[in-house]
Design a protein around this ligand. Structure first.
Ligand SMILES: CC[C@H](C(=O)O)C(=O)SCCNC(=O)CCNC(=O)[C@H](O)C(C)(C)COP(=O)(O)OP(=O)(O)OC[C@H]1O[C@@H](n2cnc3c(N)ncnc32)[C@H](O)[C@@H]1OP(=O)(O)O
Length: 300
């Protein structure tokens, strides 16, 4: 009796905890000093993370540091956390498009900052900071699409895996270059890549630091499709049209859909079923459900 009670308590906690907003993966127990790393990251300025106004439930997040091929400076890492918090509190959100400024995605960490943060303590804190932020991004109750124009290298390649889908433009490239730096992914990109393409393909892409062009990415299941245009504006319009196919419902329904899928991906079966039950309860008898019931029974 006590064991099953304990198990139920654990399942309920797990199924609710992972849906909570703003929860970091790490704390002091893991040696994570968030305030210390935020202070350190503040020293490495440049670039910005911009978030557009919403348009039909969709917003565009731009990695904006074109002088450095949209490499992630310290302040951009801090701004990303702020934007993710904003998105976690966006009640009417349905979709998020992520791209890099000036027709290239992201060249990974700013190597100037990396060189200055080469101590183990700084590296581990940056790693835990970015893992937490990108995990929160992946768990947003929004359908997220990375539009890969130009190059997504290193941490930039990892960033694409923190989105639900990837769309690539002709001539673009995703490449996990970490091996060439004597590294492995540190922003959660390895764990997510294995979930996306499987461990065998992930091992090849990481150990070979292989260039993945759009055709190969689609073949491997890393990208959904190659967009027709390589023009920055046109390809964003094409990505918006692609995303619109999946966001044709009230925000609370799209958000519930993403949450049940996240639960199924991240939780053990019983905890996932508990989470699904809780999420189902938020839409059963809700305005969208009642409106649908009041209409004809035939689905278009
Ligand atoms: C866990 C993540 C991991 C970590 O933190 O350890 C990383 O992500 S480490 C970074 C991994 N990324 C790279 O190694 C890519 C480095 N960059 C390149 O290979 C090239 O710049 C490339 C292929 C992106 C573009 O080459 P291209 O010839 O077209 O342009 P340039 O190389 O002249 O670059 C233009 C301009 O941007 C600066 N730049 C590019 N990438 C970075 C970067 N990651 N950090 C800082 N600065 C970067 C480059 O220095 C040039 O600036 P300039 O002042 O004109 O020299």
């Amino acid at each position: 009796m006590a064991v099953s009670l304990w198990k139920s308590l654990l399942q309920t906690t797990k199924s609710r905890l992972f849906l909570q907003r703003g929860v970091s993966l790490y704390n002091g127990v893991h040696g994570f000093e968030e305030e210390a790393i935020k202070k350190k990251l503040q020293q490495f300025g440049g670039g910005s993370i911009n978030l557009s106004k919403e348009d039909h439930g969709i917003r565009v997040l731009t990695l904006n540091n074109p002088k450095q091929m949209n490499a992630f400076t310290g302040t951009m890492m801090l701004e990303l956390q702020e934007r993710v918090t904003e998105l976690e509190n966006w009640k009417d959100g349905k979709g998020l498009i992520i791209h890099g400024a000036e027709n290239t995605f992201c060249s990974g960490s700013d190597l100037n900052a990396v060189r200055a943060m080469s101590s183990s303590e700084d590296g581990m804190n940056m790693c835990m900071f970015m893992q937490s932020t990108l995990t929160r991004l992946k768990r947003l109750p929004l359908i997220s699409v990375a539009v890969v124009q130009g190059k997504a290298l290193g941490g930039g390649a990892e960033f694409t895996t923190a989105c639900d889908f990837r769309l690539m433009t002709p001539g673009s490239e995703i490449r996990f270059v970490h091996k060439q730096m004597g590294l492995v992914p540190g922003w959660g990109g390895a764990a997510r890549l294995v979930q996306i393409v499987g461990s065998g393909v992930a091992l090849k892409l990481l150990s070979g630091a292989l260039k993945v062009d759009p055709e190969r990415a689609v073949h491997l299941g890393l990208a959904e499709e190659t967009l027709p245009s390589s023009d920055e504006t046109r390809s964003l319009e094409e990505a918006q049209a692609w995303l619109n196919q999946y966001t044709k419902a009230p925000a609370e329904v799209i958000q519930a859909v993403k949450k049940v899928v996240t639960a199924g991906r991240e939780l053990q079966l019983e905890a996932a079923l508990w989470a699904e039950k809780d999420i189902f309860g938020t839409v059963w008898g809700g305005p969208a459900n009642l409106q649908a019931l009041a209409q004809s029974t035939k689905r278009k």
